[in-house]
Design a protein around this ligand. Structure first.
Ligand SMILES: Cc1cc2nc3c(=O)[nH]c(=O)nc-3n(C[C@H](O)[C@H](O)[C@H](O)COP(=O)(O)OP(=O)(O)OC[C@H]3O[C@@H](n4cnc5c(N)ncnc54)[C@H](O)[C@@H]3O)c2cc1C
Length: 401
């Protein structure tokens, strides 16, 4: 099997992890992306939560938590294997705080029960000791009224502390991009937009990959990890996507402060709200969902909206600030002390439809992503950043047979 040619399409966290994992199993890998560098798109510009399942509080059956858990628990180990770097110093160190909004689609009591269920799942998991912190005794604790009023505005009716951590995605993007560029066995084909993948030659499972700048080469195996660009290529390869699905493009603010700012990482839940992530006291992720939702649709591929710049970016930052200050009054310090504020974002693909303020929306579950296959063509719905390094390893092992 060694020496077989694999085209990995898309150099985000999924494609880059898969390319390295396959090259280390002896495959001759070509990694294709339209960007000028690996890890330049959604995988660089997201929140980096290494999910344990708490975010999906509107899925009381815990199907999402079960789907997310193994990959999240093993994220650090897989990330270290891929890059050779330790994540110490580049992840949040305190528990996340979930703040329950008065318009939450799940009431605090129901959320408490779901959170306890997630904690129980974690404690029973054989890999509970392998997360970024030891979770063998994972618990959720409710904030006291005094603790709540110290961080939250009047619209917040309850708060829970959960042992989730997040990674600084910009830092990790640089590490993984460096690792994939240094991997002998991976050839980077950047600045190339994939336009089709079609069966080619006799029915022995070979595929012709075509790009806008004339790559047109044959491969034994194709891994489609194009995320927002995945479905049209699946169609060209003869895989029909199964509805329903929704593409979204979300803009957020990435801030760096001049001085250290002691603010908890907090998520306003459950519904179309927002969050604040404090990676290390100076690097922050700030989002307010209704302000940042720049495009949404159910077509095969959603076009990226223009990223705001200059005065438009300033106005966007102001809107995020105003919304966040309602729910976390202390957040203004981050904006006041910022030496850099970057507006950026990325795509979310989800196998569901509806709006987050609707309790019944399919977007409140994320338990149906993974790999679809036609012969030696593999289409990967990454689903979550946090499970990608683990899923890539599972996939590489399967392809290696
Ligand atoms: C605002 C936001 C916050 C998020 N927060 C979290 C979080 O906290 N935790 C979590 O687990 N997940 C989170 N996610 C989801 C997570 O970011 C994605 O699931 C993950 O990054 C997808 O990785 P990927 O490698 O599949 O996609 P990408 O990183 O987008 O990689 C796909 C690559 O394919 C390339 N491409 C696309 N089409 C083509 C084409 N036709 N030809 C050539 N190249 C092409 C793109 O340039 C890109 O480099 C968030 C997403 C957003 C937008």
């Amino acid at each position: 099997m060694t020496g077989r040619r694999v085209a990995v399409l898309g150099a985000g966290i999924m494609g880059s992890s898969a390319a390295i994992s396959l090259a280390r199993r002896g495959f001759d890998v070509t990694l294709v992306d339209r960007e000028a560098a690996p890890m330049a798109a959604t995988s660089r510009w997201n929140e980096g939560k290494i999910h344990l399942g708490y975010l999906y509080g509107a899925d009381p059956a815990l199907a999402t938590a079960r789907h997310l858990l193994t990959g999240g628990l093993l994220f650090e180990e897989r990330a270290r294997e891929l890059t050779g770097d330790d994540l110490d110093g580049h992840t949040t160190t305190d528990d996340d705080v979930y703040l329950v909004h008065r318009n939450s689609v799940v009431a605090p009591d129901a959320l408490r029960a779901t959170f306890d269920g997630v904690s129980e799942l974690i404690r029973q998991h054989p890999d509970a000791g392998r997360y970024l912190v030891d979770l063998s005794d994972a618990r959720t604790t409710e904030l006291t009224p005094a603790e709540l009023s110290a961080v939250a505005g009047e619209e917040i009716v309850a708060g829970f502390r959960v042992p989730e951590r997040s990674v600084d995605t910009g830092w990790f993007a640089d590490r993984l991009a460096g690792a994939v560029a240094a991997e002998t066995g991976v050839t980077l084909q950047l600045g190339s937009t994939v336009v089709a993948v079609e069966p080619h030659g006799p029915a022995d499972g070979r595929w012709r990959v075509s790009t806008d700048n004339g790559l047109d080469e044959d491969f034994d195996v194709v891994v489609n990890a194009l995320w927002n660009g995945r479905l049209p290529i699946d169609v060209s390869a003869g895989l029909t996507p199964e509805p329903p699905w929704t593409h979204r493009y979300r803009l957020c603010v990435f801030a760096r402060t001049r001085t250290s700012c002691d603010l908890p990482s907090a998520i306003v839940t459950v519904g179309p709200f927002g969050d604040v992530k404090n990676y290390n006291g100076r690097d922050f992720y700030l989002s307010w969902y209704p302000v940042g939702l720049a495009a949404e649709g159910a077509e095969l591929e959603l076009e990226a909206p223009a990223r705001p710049e200059g005065p438009e970016a300033d106005a966007f930052v102001d809107r995020v600030r105003v919304a966040l200050e309602h729910v976390m009054p202390g957040v203004g310090r981050v904006f006041d002390d910022a030496e850099a504020l970057t507006v950026h974002g990325g795509f979310v693909f989800a196998r569901g439809t509806g709006a987050l303020d609707d309790r019944r929306s399919g977007l409140h579950r994320r338990d149906r992503y993974g790999v679809q296959r036609r012969g030696t063509y593999y289409s990967v719905d990454t689903g979550k950043y946090s499970t990608a390094p683990w899923l890539a390893q599972v996939l590489a092992t399967e392809i290696a047979g």
